[in-house]
Design a binder for this molecule. Sequence first.
Ligand code: ATP
Length: 200
Amino acid sequence: MRIKRLEIYGFKSFPYRVVLPFPPGISAIVGPNGSGKSNIVDALRWVLGEQSLKRLRVRAAEELLFAGDHGRAPAFAEVRLVLENDGQAPESLRDLPEIVVARRLYRSGESEFLINNRACRLKDIHYLFLDTGVHPRGYGLIDQGEVGKFLEWSPEERRFFLEELAGVSRYRVNREESRRNLERTRENLARVEDLLAELE
Ligand code: ATP
């Protein structure tokens, strides 16, 4: 899934809607110190479902909302990520040319995730990006000083990374979910058998 553009509104240092297009090829974001380059990466990480405030470089969720002067305080922060659908998306979204993932945080503290304007769960966002490397902890986002981290990872962490790269994570998640369903069905069956035995 290729990122086509990122739209930021009311998030950190962006009081007005900013649209950042990412044409095919390499894009670089340049600017003076403190101009908001890392805030763009934070916006990307946030819309992909990052839950850790530390990784978003804030102490409290409200710090994600624009707090500057500019004579305005937007009622909410919103980041929208527009992706080109190359067929990697889950089945229900496979025929759509574009996938738009959005995350909103209101001053009241309420927040929501949306996929193509439909409210969804964080789990749906995670599932959407499985195997694409585009999730907040995926291989697609490498922080300053993190290049050498691969060497420090445990074998489990390395395996997780390689599975993601090989595109098998989605199957692992599906397998685990099926295993849980199977277990639940087995328990239900045992209960039904007990009831039947009581009735006999
Ligand atoms: P450097 O090159 O030094 O790493 P940068 O371009 O990555 O800088 P950022 O860290 O993205 O800069 O942006 C820092 C700026 O964002 C600071 O000026 C800070 O005041 C501003 N900022 C962060 N959160 C908010 C917020 N909630 N409201 C308004 N401004 C904010």
